[in-house]
Design a protein around this ligand. Structure first.
Ligand code: HEC
Length: 259
């Protein structure tokens, strides 16, 4: 672009009416933009806010200290228990006996996680996958069983035979909650002809997960050697009466239902 000439370009044709209109419009816009409103909604100056803050603080201290504000005792009655509306006494799913509830959870996990290899009847296939029916490591120490499920197994299994070739059994812990692990363990110990009759509790399953997470060989499959050295024991935890009532969803024990 060339420098604008200081002198008017006499060649330029100017539409005087249009130029005048534009001038008026722009002036009007400028007036609108710069208008100072006397509407009463101008910002309050900071010192007014500060003074109000101090006044409110003192007032709040006096009222609150006297116990006239925040008097929760007047609103919440101590020991208040909401009575359920008529016909709605029982809320949530009906409690179930622990063994049955844990088995139900376990059977779901079995069909998702174990069925594909060990088979619907848990008899394996005799070649690549071993049977879980009558397996000493299924019905034996719970720590050992938990470690096999969480970490997998390679090399000789309970019978001394090796299945699955060099791959063995892959870890199955991914996505299992303590409730799932407790369920699947209780299920395989009490199904397919196995009947230990006991419940592996959620607390025991949590302990198993802690033990597994603290392994020196973290992330590696279990071997018969490591199982014998570190896991030939039962998981610690309060035993649960198989007939005790639990919430079928959370598997948490519930108080005896009042008739
Ligand atoms: C991908 C296939 C596969 C899946 C899935 C699988 N397993 Fe296994 N499982 C095997 C193989 C293979 C072995 C034998 C490993 C060996 O010989 O070292 C085995 C061995 C076992 C053993 C040891 C048995 C014994 O007597 O020594 C137990 C217990 C076991 N599996 C439980 C389970 C459970 C419970 C699940 C489901 C949570 C499951 N497995 C899922 C393939 C699988």
């Amino acid at each position: 672009m060339s420098e604008p000439s200081p002198k008017p370009d006499l060649e330029d044709s100017i539409n005087v009416t249009a130029a005048h209109d534009r001038l008026v419009r722009e002036a009007a816009a400028a007036v609108r933009e710069k208008r100072i409103d006397d509407s009463g909604s101008e910002p309050i100056s900071l010192w007014v806010i500060a003074v109000c803050g101090v006044v409110f603080l003192i007032a709040g201290g006096i009222l609150g200290g006297a116990g006239d504000l925040f008097n929760y005792g007047a609103v919440f009655k101590p020991g208040y228990v909401r009575t359920p509306p008529p016909g709605m006494e029982a809320s949530g799913p009906a409690p179930k006996e622990a063994l049955a509830a844990f088995m139900t959870r376990g059977s779901k996990i079995y069909s998702v996680k174990c069925n594909g290899c060990h088979g619907a009847d848990a008899r394996g296939d005799g070649a690549n996958f071993p049977t879980l029916a009558g397996s000493a490591w299924v019905t034996g120490d719970t720590d050992r069983l938990a470690m096999i499920i969480l970490n997998g197994l390679v090399g000789p299994m309970s019978s001394g035979k090796t299945y699955g070739g060099a791959g063995g059994m892959a870890a199955q812990g991914t996505g299992l909650s303590p409730e799932d692990l407790a369920g699947i363990m209780t299920y395989v110990r009490n199904n397919f002809g196995n009947s230990t009759g006991d419940v592996v509790t959620v607390e025991m399953a949590k302990n198993a997960m802690d033990i597994s997470a603290a392994r020196a060989k973290l992330g590696q499959q279990m071997t018969a050697e490591e199982l014998a050295a570190d896991h030939a024991k039962n998981l610690s935890g309060e035993p649960l009466d198989p007939a005790a009532l639990v919430d079928p969803i959370t598997l948490a024990p519930v108080a005896e239902a009042t008739p």
